[in-house]
Design a protein around this ligand. Structure first.
Ligand code: GDP
Length: 287
């Protein structure tokens, strides 16, 4: 997988040479620890991996490492699609994480499966965000619901879900705001969106997907905890894995957030979104 090329070339590709056919010793342990930390796996997951590696008796240490990481990354990666439509997805994350782009990529994916998508511009804080989502709606032949700049985000979400229900649309994707560093309370706004759409579809949102920029590494992980604490995040989308040599952040996220990664972004183009698969991911990193 070329989207993971940088991480593989810089860090993970080295594990095979260090571990394959070897017996663990202090020097090897230190090398592994350093490589894991450098690739953004984070302290907690690194210690966990080292302990597990020590625990396993027999087998090739390199294969053991692969298995440990795959286990860490494994979770329920499938989307929680309801029996009745509309399927409502709330996309959350800080500005710049790739939320709008990913909403567009998801709309494209669903459109290719002959699903009718509604894209809703719930980031009413920035006019540019509304315009950007509109372009994605046109590109993916999705319906587009927006109010003017400054409008109530929850009202946009409500209208989008109502529209989807009235027109028998399959999927609603809510693109929300991501201003973490202003005084107005983003988390309250997100909670209100989740509350208000239940008036139309009681079990919505079926997915709350938190978009995290892999390039921001451990910082992004800290921000993610704010979202996790505020709204019921059901899945992670890790973007820009193509733009970092530190793809180990996926492992830190899996360990520290305990929320399954459902998709990864490996480029800016419409097709650069992949369903996350722990086995494939590990194979692509540690070949
Ligand atoms: P938002 O503020 O969270 O809505 O972020 P945007 O969707 O506007 O994305 C910010 C920038 O990241 C844009 O230039 C996107 O093209 C870029 N981007 C999003 N996802 C990816 C990805 O997976 N890989 C790369 N290289 N760039 C991405």
């Amino acid at each position: 997988k070329d989207g993971l090329k940088k991480t593989r070339e810089n860090f993970f590709g080295k594990f095979k040479k260090i571990l394959s056919g070897k017996t663990l010793n202090d020097e090897i342990r230190e090398e592994i620890e350093e490589l894991l930390i450098l690739s953004d796996v984070g302290f907690e997951a690194t210690q966990y991996i080292l302990e597990k590696l020590e625990e396993i008796k027999g087998g090739d240490p390199f294969d053991n490492l692969k298995n440990i990481i795959e286990d860490l990354l494994s979770g329920d990666n499938a989307l929680n699609i309801p029996e009745t439509h509309p399927f409502v997805i709330n996309m959350v994350g800080v500005n710049g994480s790739g939320k709008t782009t990913t909403a567009g990529k998801l709309a494209a994916l669903f459109s290719s499966q002959n699903k009718n998508v509604v894209l809703a511009a719930c980031d009413t804080f920035r006019a540019a965000a509304i315009d950007q989502l509109k372009i994605w709606a046109e590109r993916t032949k999705s319906s587009f619901i927006a109010h003017s700049e400054g409008a109530d985000a929850a009202a946009v979400a409500y209208d989008a879900v109502k529209h989807a229900q009235a027109k028998s649309k399959d999927i609603v994707i809510l693109d929300t705001a991501g201003r973490l560093h202003t005084k107005s309370n983003l988390m309250e706004e997100l909670k209100k969106i989740n509350r208000v759409i239940k008036k139309v579809v009681p079990d919505a949102p079926h997915e709350v997907l938190l978009v995290i920029d892999a390039v921001t590494g451990q910082n992004g992980l800290q921000q993610a905890k704010v979202f996790k604490d505020a709204v019921n995040v059901t899945g992670i989308i890790l973007t820009k894995l193509d733009g970092t040599a530190k793809g180990g952040i996926a492992i830190a996220i899996a360990k520290e957030l305990g929320i399954p990664i459902k998709f990864i972004g490996v480029g800016e183009k419409i097709e650069d979104l992949r369903p996350f698969n722990a086995h494939e991911f590990v194979e692509a990193l540690l070949e």
